[in-house]
Write a protein that binds this ligand. Structure first.
Ligand SMILES: NC(=O)N[C@@H](CC(=O)O)C(=O)O
Ligand SMILES: [Zn+2]
Ligand SMILES: [Zn+2]
Length: 343
């Protein structure tokens, strides 16, 4: 049989992305917007995006930094308990969803919600449900680091039951428990990163410590990775690709007190193609990387085709702009697929 040597991805979408701001935005914005058709942009800036003015201004800065012709920044608001129905009604057409962070569980989440008590959250979530605004959640408790996501499962369940019309997206899932929950509730969906399909805690801390693979939620056990990978490879219809590409300056990663986040945007399409090819599942890659998200979020995007070729791609050792330097996953390593053309 002749070996496949090229592969096309249409309208790739990254449904969980950190673009940051300032020089970092100028550095990473082009890297995503060149190859992706759209991305769901996280609101955890300092301070987080909580007003219409801040949202629109951020969207404008993103458009300035990005190749904006064929790239749609799908912006989000940082969840607050005190958003009124009127405020949400006014902003709903500008956002794709609202992102909820329990306070303190991850980067820039200090002003997140201090309680996941449903009665406390009810007024805002009822308004979102009525207005059809999806709820994206960083689902971790503040328990033992390996158990934080698992411990959050009952919270996802009670939210799914209490607000059956609210679309709830479990962001960057890392456990087989989360995969199992997907099939239990109609209104639960999930994103999964590329790195959680590839690594376990062993890759982060089993040998020499790898700060560039350190992220929240932390990579888990082999059985978790297997469950995530098998759902992604079969393009489970409620699972979407969300890179959670989370750039931090090199000095904040290679430091005592390493910031959480893995930077993967510029290598995501190549690595995912390599991974799906290795498992004989290339036929499902367009669903995982675009079609599932288009259906879940009712998206209609400009046409964009990325042609990849089976040819070695040496991952740059760093991406730099002015004083910013970011180290990508697989820095200096070789991936067997490269981007050939973008149309
Ligand atoms: N994933 C991470 O480890 N970090 C993200 C925040 C997040 O997505 O939780 C970041 O903003 O750096
Ligand atoms: Zn998160
Ligand atoms: Zn994230």
């Amino acid at each position: 049989m002749e070996e496949i040597s090229t592969f096309e991805i249409h309208e790739p979408l990254d449904m969980h992305l950190h673009l940051r701001d300032g020089d970092m935005l100028s550095l990473v914005g082009p890297l995503t917007s060149q190859t992706f058709s759209g991305a769901l942009i996280m609101p955890n800036l300092v301070p987080p995006i909580t007003t219409k003015e801040a949202l629109l201004a951020y969207k404008e800065r993103i458009n300035e930094a990005c190749y904006k012709d064929k790239f749609e920044p799908l912006v989000t608001l940082f969840f607050k308990n005190d958003y009124t129905y009127e405020f949400l009604n006014d902003i709903k057409d500008q956002i794709i969803g609202i992102k909820l962070y329990p306070a303190g569980v991850t980067t820039n989440s200090e002003t997140g919600v201090s309680s996941m008590d449903i009665e406390v959250l009810r007024p805002t979530l009822e308004s979102m449900s009525k207005l059809g605004i999806p709820l994206c959640i960083h689902g971790e408790t503040n328990g033992f680091v390996m158990d934080r996501e698992k411990e959050f499962m009952p919270i996802y369940e009670s939210l799914a039951v209490a607000f059956p019309k609210l679309k709830i997206i479990m962001e960057h899932i890392t456990t087989k428990d989360a995969i199992e929950l997907l099939d239990k509730y109609d209104n639960l969906y999930a994103t999964v990163t590329m790195h959680h399909l590839l690594i376990t805690l062993d890759d982060v801390a089993g040998g020499m410590l790898k700060p560039h693979l350190f992220c929240k939620p932390i990579a888990k056990r082999p059985e978790d990775r297997t469950a995530l990978l098998s759902a992604a490879l079969k393009a489970h219809p409620k699972l979407m690709f969300g890179s959670d590409s989370a750039p931090h300056p090199k000095h904040k990663k290679e430091s005592c007190g390493c910031a959480a986040g893995v930077f993967t945007s510029p290598i995501a399409l190549q690595v995912l193609t390599q991974l799906f090819e290795k498992h004989g599942c290339l036929d499902n890659l367009n669903k995982f990387i675009s079609l599932n998200a288009q259906k879940i979020y009712n998206l209609n995007l400009a046409k964009k085709t990325i042609k990849l070729i089976k040819k070695d791609f040496v991952v740059p050792t760093a991406y730099e702009y002015k004083n910013e330097s970011v180290i990508p996953m697989y820095a200096g390593e070789i991936i067997s697929w490269s981007i050939m053309s973008i149309n």
